[in-house]
Design a protein around this ligand. Structure first.
Ligand SMILES: Cc1ncc(COP(=O)(O)O)c(C=O)c1O
Length: 402
């Protein structure tokens, strides 16, 4: 740790902040090539479902080593599609993690089924397969692990559990595009893997999502579900000179427009570069924050290569004179845009009121939540930005070291 910086007064106490402007925790990277690709789509015949949808899906499937990729209008819509295709319906149950964005559990509710949470493993904060198995009943149809922060869940154990109980694994890999598990790409392992293409993610389409799968039958139903349950697309009908279409099931309009797919296709070209930079930033944080008082760094299991959507540290308040909230505020005052991922889903008022959660049900997730802080992490971050984060962490943690 630096020495002079640590003697400076904290910005929250009237000192000079480490940075003059806020460094956000995440930010999109859009270049001139992306803008040209979108402009080209806007000048073409197709604004919504056109040729770029299939091209983007093919590029995406290839990137994650999946046979099929089906685009959706958001990561949430992708989850809903997967929940539908898994056959979730009234009276059914699914097991998921509380350490996620609420959309992971909400997609089960959209299907009028019931999500049950199971606690996470203390190291990765990913769904603990043993805890998940305890929640499986005769009504369980699906398991929804999340690759928290971009670190793949324990997929082999979960697939094994699913096999033994006849369940579908829907992996929410919103954080993990480009991540690897036991030498395999995230997106190629679970029955269905969902991604979000929101601006803070690895590749963005503005709003957007994707489901990948190795199974043609699942891909086919996903495509129908996103298009009102209709068995063919308008473009296919037009090229075949036909007007007939058949609605064969109840679906939604969850299509991702050609304009957005143009952006996604252009962004995909930089996925590897983007991943490499995220990994470089994570390695710099891990090397330079090691040994800071009261700081627990993220664990990476030996068989996982994370995609580093988030770099989430835990503040060990046993070694500090204040709690996470004060550390958060002090870092924000230094203009470091820290964030917290996540408030455990069962603690949100909707879940408390509907299902009677009171807190204390999932002790590992709840204890982690009290300590979590996501540090800035996005590919356009410069080395000087990383220096600022390290300097601010040192300044704040040293001040509050107990
Ligand atoms: C883990 C997780 N699941 C689902 C979603 C929902 O994705 P979207 O915002 O694209 O609907 C997000 C988005 O932040 C997420 O982080």
């Amino acid at each position: 740790m630096g020495t002079t910086a640590n003697k400076e007064a904290l910005a929250i106490l009237g000192g000079v902040p480490v940075r003059a402007t806020l460094l956000p925790y995440g930010r999109q990277a859009v270049d001139e090539g992306d803008i040209a690709a979108v402009a080209q789509a806007l000048r073409s015949d197709w604004l919504t479902t056109g040729p770029r949808v299939g091209e983007f899906e093919e590029a995406f499937a290839a990137a994650v080593a999946a046979k099929f990729a089906v685009s959706f209008s958001s990561g949430t819509a992708a989850l809903h599609g997967a929940a539908f295709v898994a056959g979730l319906g009234p009276g059914d149950e699914a097991v998921t993690t509380p350490m996620t964005f609420c959309a992971t559990a909400n997609c089960v509710l959209y299907q009028r089924a019931r999500p049950f949470f199971a606690d996470v493993s203390a190291d990765t904060l990913n769904l603990d397969p043993a805890a998940a198995e305890e929640k499986v009943t005769g009504r369980t149809k699906a398991i929804l692990p999340v690759d928290y922060s971009g670190h793949a869940a324990d997929l082999d154990a979960l697939m094994d559990l699913a096999e033994r109980h006849g369940l579908t694994v829907i992996e929410d890999a919103s954080h993990a595009l480009g991540g690897e598990y036991r030498g395999r790409r995230v997106g190629s392992v679970a029955h269905m893997t969902t991604f979000s293409l929101h601006p803070v993610k690895h590749v963005t389409t503005g709003e957007g999502g994707m489901v990948t799968t190795q199974r043609a039958d699942l891909a086919e139903t996903l495509r129908r579900f996103r298009n009102h349950g209709i068995s063919s697309e308008a473009r296919e009908r037009q090229s075949a000179g036909q007007w007939q279409y058949e609605m064969v099931m109840l679906g939604m309009n969850y299509r991702l427009p050609d304009i957005n797919c143009a952006l996604g296709l252009s962004q995909m070209k930089r996925l590897d570069e983007n991943l490499a930079r995220r990994r470089e930033i994570a390695a710099a944080y891990s090397a330079r924050l090691a040994g800071f008082p009261g700081l627990i760094l993220p664990t990476v299991r030996a068989d996982v290569n994370p995609a580093w959507h988030l770099y989430a540290v835990r503040v060990d308040t046993a070694h500090l004179t204040v709690g996470r909230a004060e550390i958060f505020r002090a870092l924000r005052a230094e203009n470091i845009g820290v964030n917290v991922h996540y408030i455990p889903v069962h603690l949100h008022p909707y879940y408390r009121e509907r299902f009677g959660y009171k807190g204390g049900e999932f002790p590992v997730a709840e204890a982690a939540y009290e300590q979590l802080l996501s540090l800035p992490m996005f590919p356009a971050m410069t080395d000087a930005d990383v220096d600022d984060v390290v300097r601010a962490m040192g300044k704040v943690l040293e001040h509050y070291a107990g």
